[in-house]
Structure formats: structure tokens, C-alpha cells
Design a protein around this ligand. Structure first.
Ligand code: CMC
Length: 445
């Protein structure tokens, strides 16, 4: 049974594609994005032919049209709202970039001040929320706490979480400021809870990153004051994570949003999707990998061989990416800023960093990694930066979630505001049993 898809050679860009099915030929529209990406629009395929497409893992499927982030993974380009990540990393900071990602434009002075005021006003959590933390056992994973408490924001602000997209959109500015600001407070509280430490409340005089570090590391009566380099490293880390188009967690946020669910519920689902080691959990996994290589006295050679064989589920964590088939531009920026941050923290000779560098050198020369286009991704060095900042390992993915919140919010809004929004509901190829009749229990084998 032959199925043949050919793009008709129309200049300058094809406007249709022809799909030859066994008994039918279909002309399908071709959509072209603003950066020239081409897609075959199959939205009427099933209705017109009875066929569906099959794309395990969605590697070839465009699930939406979006104007938030552009990635060209073959050459290593990442842009938020058109701005190259390198320029934002050099000139902007997390809060300004969050505004850009959410609202589409860089803020002017008035908008920037207003956004900062909203973040400051919404930093504390409702006093009753503190009791929720008490219900979690000691040692609870902060990602579980974060997801649960983000979702609970809908209970504290029911007028912002009506599950009526137009009503929720009418209060978007307030809801988004709450989510951006409180994700950091909840994250810090979950850390304090998991270490049995008293909560430190936000200070209205401190900027976003300084305030987070204060809530994490100050003690009653003894304020933690980070160096400018530490603040810069945290700003950079969060900024580099602000959005990354249709990754697993963002697609999850969009999927939940497509049912009409509110922003808090949708982003809480994003936290759960981010938790896994193939996605945001990779930054924790990288550190775990480096520590076990160090503990075994390996210089990385044995581990690289194990990752190549795939035996025992070994993978070189922090390497490879579904989209980047080149060096992840975020990894390049983090790596370049690394030495400055470490020097300011007085870290000269870190054995784990040395292993990471050796692993990278070995993998970048190895035929296995070259043939599969496996390069370091953002998580390869970000865990080491977090560790240098004193962030405990089980908080690394939480840090990723704080950084990704602007992206999730922007994608939630794109779905909620789309007048043609359709609930996300893929099809499947059923491969289970065909029809059979019910057997009474005494007749079953
Ligand atoms: N180490 C060793 N082999 C690898 C790795 C790796 N890290 N990643 C992929 N491969 C191999 C894989 O075994 C397969 O080989 P073969 O063709 O011989 O079967 C080939 O490369 C293609 O792999 P894949 O799993 O089909 O690729 P994917 O696009 O589905 O997976 C990935 C992408 C990121 C899940 C994967 O590269 C991986 O597991 N990397 C390690 C985890 C990691 O660092 N994740 C963070 C991603 S960046 C942060 C984010 O955006 O979430």
C-alpha cells in the first residue's frame, strides 16, 4: 500500500502538497512560518480520507502556530519574540525578559516599573497557604510541593481561576504577576520546609533574584547578601530558561489550557511534566552522573562507553536534544559565563567541573555522539552553576520551573486567547485485542 507525499515545485514557496493515498490523491495546504519553516496542513486529512498521521513523540508535528519563541536547532538559534538569546543574555535580566516573553514587547520605563511593583506586591503568599506546607512530610520533593501549591493558587484567587478563558484573560495581568512572583516564594518555602528551616518572608525592597536568594538563605536576624556576580548568574540562568517553544512541559501547559483550564492549573501541570529526567530533571541527573563518576574514580571514559552502549539505561545526561542538532546556544552562554561566576564564588578547582569538561571533550570527538548530533544542552552546565550558588540538588528542577514560568504563562495566554482554539485531542493507532466476548470468572484460565 503506497502513500506518497510530494511538495509541488511552486516558486518561491509551495502553497500545496500532494498526498497520494491508495485510492485517493489529496491536495493539502502548505503553511509557511515567518522564518520560512514549512508545514503541511493535515487538519482535514481524516475527514477527507479516513487516514490519520502517525508521529511517535511528535517529532514532526506542529501542534500550533505561535509567535513567542523561534528555534532553529540545526544551526543553534534561539530567539524570544525575535530577540536573539545572546543579546538578551548580555543586556537584559530575568524580569525584563519575562515581561517580553509574556507581553510580546520589551517594556518601556513605565511598564517596567508597573511590572516590578506588581511582582513586589504579590511576593508574599496568603497566610493560610503556610499550613499547606505543614501537611507535607519532611523530605518531600520540592517539585511535588511546587506543583500542588501552584494549583492551589486557584483556591486563594478564585476570581482569577474561573476556567472561563475570557474572564480569566480579563484578569491576566494580575494572574501572571501572581504566578511569576509566587512561584519563587513557594519554591523558597518548599526548600525551607524540606530542611526544617523557618520561613523567611520576602522583602519589598529587594529585586526579584535578590529576594529569592534572601528567602532561601537568610536566617532570622541574619540577612544573606549575595555578590553582584551571584545575582548575575541567577538572572542569567532564569533568563535562559524563560521559554523554549513546544517542549514537553509547555505542550502540557497548552494541552491543559486547551480544555479551558485556568493559568494556575495549567502551569501546575507544566511543573509535573518538567520533573522527569529527560526534561527539566536532567539538571539534577547531570550532577548525579558527575558525582557517581567521581565516586568511582572514573575520569569519564568508562561512563562515555557505557552511555554509547546504552546498557543499564545509561545516557550521557545533559547531552542531546530533540530540537538542537548542534550546540544548544543556552549551553554556550552558560559555559562562557561560568568562569566569572566561579571565580567570584572563590571556586578554583572543582573536580566535578573538571569531569564535566573532560566528558564534553571526549563526547565532542567521539563518532557515536557526532553521528547522532549529540551536543551539550542547557542542563549540562546549569546544574554546576546551581551547585556553585549553593542551591541543593533537589531544587535544580524547581529553579528551571521558576525560569520557565514566563513561557508557560505566554503559551497559556496564546491558547486562551485563540478564538479558534480547539481542545488538544490526538488520535491513536489501536494495536490491542480485537472484539471478544466476556467470560465468566470460572471459565477463565
Ligand atoms: N547519551 C547517549 N545516547 C544518546 C543520548 C545521550 N544523552 N541522547 C540520545 N542518544 C542516542 C539514542 O540512544 C539514540 O541512539 P540510536 O539511534 O542508536 O538508537 C539516538 O541518540 C537518538 O536518541 P532519541 O532518544 O531518539 O532522541 P530524542 O530526540 O527522542 O531525545 C533527549 C532527546 C533530550 C530526550 C535525549 O537526547 C536524552 O535523553 N538526553 C539526555 C537527557 C537530557 O539531557 N535531557 C535534557 C534536554 S534539554 C532540557 C530540556 O529542554 O528539557
Amino acid at each position: 500500500m503506497g502513500v506518497f507525499l510530494a511538495l509541488l515545485p511552486l516558486l518561491p514557496m509551495p502553497t500545496t502538497a500532494t498526498l497520494k493515498l491508495p485510492a485517493k490523491e489529496l491536495s493539502l495546504p502548505v503553511i509557511v512560518g515567518s522564518e520560512g519553516e514549512q508545514a503541511v496542513d493535515i487538519s482535514k486529512l481524516r475527514a477527507d480520507s479516513g487516514f490519520i498521521t502517525y508521529d511517535d513523540g511528535f517529532g514532526n508535528t506542529g501542534s500550533c502556530q505561535s509567535d513567542i519563541t523561534f528555534i532553529d536547532g540545526d544551526v543553534g538559534i534561539l530567539r524570544y519574540r525575535g530577540y536573539p538569546i545572546e543579546q538578551l543574555a548580555e543586556h537584559s535580566n530575568f524580569v525584563e525578559t519575562a515581561y517580553l516573553v509574556i507581553n510580546g514587547e520589551l517594556p518601556n520605563t513605565t511598564a517596567r516599573r508597573r511590572f516590578g511593583d506588581l511582582l513586589r506586591d504579590h511576593a508574599p503568599v496568603h497566610a493560610d497557604m503556610e499550613h499547606l506546607f505543614q501537611g507535607f512530610p519532611m523530605g518531600s520533593h520540592p517539585m511535588a510541593i511546587l506543583s500542588a501549591l501552584l494549583n492551589s493558587l486557584g483556591c486563594y484567587y478564585p476570581h482569577l481561576a474561573t476556567n472561563n478563558p475570557s474572564e480569566d484573560l480579563a484578569n491576566f495581568e494580575e494572574a501572571s504577576a501572581i504566578a511569576i512572583s509566587k512561584v519563587r516564594t513557594i519554591a523558597a518555602m518548599s526548600y525551607r520546609k524540606s530542611h526544617g528551616l523557618p520561613y523567611i518572608y520576602p522583602k519589598s525592597t529587594l529585586p526579584y533574584c535578590e529576594n529569592f536568594l534572601h528567602m532561601m538563605f537568610s536566617r532570622p536576624g541574619e540577612d544573606y547578601t549575595p555578590t553582584p556576580e551571584v545575582v548575575a548568574a541567577l538572572n542569567l540562568f532564569l533568563l535562559l530558561h524563560a521559554d523554549h517553544e513546544q517542549n514537553c512541559s509547555t505542550s502540557t501547559v497548552r494541552m491543559v489550557a486547551s480544555s479551558g483550564a485556568n493559568m494556575f492549573a495549567s502551569t501546575a501541570a507544566g511543573v509535573c511534566a518538567l520533573w522527569g529526567p529527560l526534561h527539566g530533571g536532567a539538571n539534577m541527573a547531570v550532577l548525579g552522573m558527575l558525582e557517581s563518576i567521581h565516586a568511582e574514580g572514573d575520569d569519564g571514559t568508562k561512563f562515555v562507553e557505557a552511555a554509547k552502549s546504552g546498557k543499564g539505561g545509561h545516557r550521557l545526561m545533559g547531552f542531546g536534544h530533540r530540537v538542537y542538532k548542534n550546540y544548544d546556544p543556552r549551553a554556550k552562554i552558560i559555559k562562557a559565563s561560568f568562569d566569572k561566576a566561579l571565580a567570584s564564588l572563590g571556586i578554583k578547582d572543582d573536580p566535578l567541573l573538571n569531569i564535566a569538561r573532560r566528558l564534553e571533550d571526549a563526547a565532542l570527538k567521539d563518532e557515536y555522539f557526532l553521528a547522532r548530533k549529540l551536543y551539550p544542552n542547557v542542563d549540562f552546565y546549569s546544574g554546576l552553576i546551581m551547585r556553585a550558588l549553593g542551591i541543593p540538588q533537589n531544587m535544580f528542577t524547581v529553579m528551571f520551573a521558576i525560569g520557565r514560568m514566563p513561557g508557560w504563562i505566554a503559551h497559556w495566554r496564546e491558547v486562551a486567547a485563540n478564538p479558534k482554539n480547539k481542545i488538544y485531542r490526538p488520535r491513536q493507532i489501536y494495536v490491542g485485542k480485537t472484539k471478544r466476548d466476556y467470560l465468566a470468572i470460572e471459565k477463565r484460565a
